[in-house]
Design a protein around this ligand. Structure first.
Ligand code: ATP
Ligand code: PAU
Ligand code: K
Length: 249
């Protein structure tokens, strides 16, 4: 079996594939290395041979995770590494190694699936946009705070913005002007995200007309999918790129 990991800033997304069929035999989202090991150990009949992972965490944190995986399961681990060019995509950063590897893999996956120009939008802790032209040239991208960061900044830097997760979820059932604090904040932040998406779409159209595919990924993709009905929502886009960057043989 193959273990795949996407180690983001807040969560680790994991899944286990059968090495023969490549079917998913287990998956989850966890908030710590410990919870990951627990989740894996709970899988019946687990026999891991290989692990491939991408991390946007520090080398030290990633090293610790790799050490505990090797200790617990005796797997060989490969990590996605920065590249100037791969699978027909050319990294557009001035210093290619500084581009977040989750963005890079999502672009590889997107360009492969689109077989042409694509706009890749990822809604995690941070929100990112990346533009890949039809010839594989990465034109660059944008990074801004995601929903969790926007609402937490407001909570942290104001005295009177306080509410719980249940209220937050209920507040998003409509986008009318808020009549409570939770409605005003949650709807305001969501409108910022949706506005961001529409701006990215305009930019993509200015480059490519209608000739591009837009991908939405990341935990909060569903919050914005309504404003881009033509978008392809691909929750495992980073994993698509991970398999391309870290083939097993
Ligand atoms: N099962 C889940 N567990 C945790 N968060 C989830 C889950 N499903 C959706 N989410 C949403 O996903 C968001 C986190 O996104 P995601 O997991 O893509 O990124 P992340 O690991 O936090 O950060 P990064 O951008 O560094 O990858 C949270 O805001 C949360 O609302
Ligand atoms: C932007 C995030 C946090 C998104 O997960 C990640 O891709 C990252 O840490 N990137 C490094 C900075 C950059 O991409 O320019
Ligand atoms: K991510």
């Amino acid at each position: 079996m193959i273990l795949e990991l996407d180690c983001g800033n807040s969560f680790i997304k994991w899944r286990v594939l059968d090495a023969g069929t490549l079917l998913i035999v287990g998956e989850g989202v966890v908030d710590s290395d410990f919870a990951l090991l627990q989740g894996l150990k709970a899988l019946k009949g687990l026999s891991l041979r290989f692990c491939r992972l991408v991390s946007v965490r520090t080398a030290e944190e990633t090293g610790e995770l790799i050490a505990s995986l090797k200790g617990a399961f005796n797997v060989s681990v490969v990590c996605a590494a920065p590249a100037r060019e791969m699978s027909g995509v050319r990294n557009g950063y001035e210093e290619f190694e500084r581009l977040g590897l989750d963005r890079w893999l999502a672009m590889l996956g997107g360009f492969h699936l689109a077989a042409g120009a694509c706009l890749v939008l990822d809604f995690g802790t941070a929100v990112t946009a990346d533009f890949v032209a039809g010839d594989g040239e990465h034109l660059g991208g944008f990074i801004c705070p995601g929903m969790p960061l926007m609402r937490n900044q407001l909570r942290t830097h104001t005295r009177k913005i306080r509410y719980g997760d249940v209220a937050a979820e209920q507040a998003l059932e409509s986008l009318a002007p808020g009549r409570t604090t939770v409605e005003a904040v949650e709807r305001g932040c969501l409108l910022m995200l949706q506005g961001f998406v529409l701006t990215q779409m305009e930019l993509a159209r200015s480059y490519w007309g209608e000739e591009f595919v837009v991908f939405l990924t990341g935990g909060d993709a569903a919050l914005v999918s309504g404003v881009v009905p033509q978008a392809r929502v691909v929750p495992d886009l980073v994993f698509v790129g991970l398999a391309m960057a870290c083939p097993l043989s």
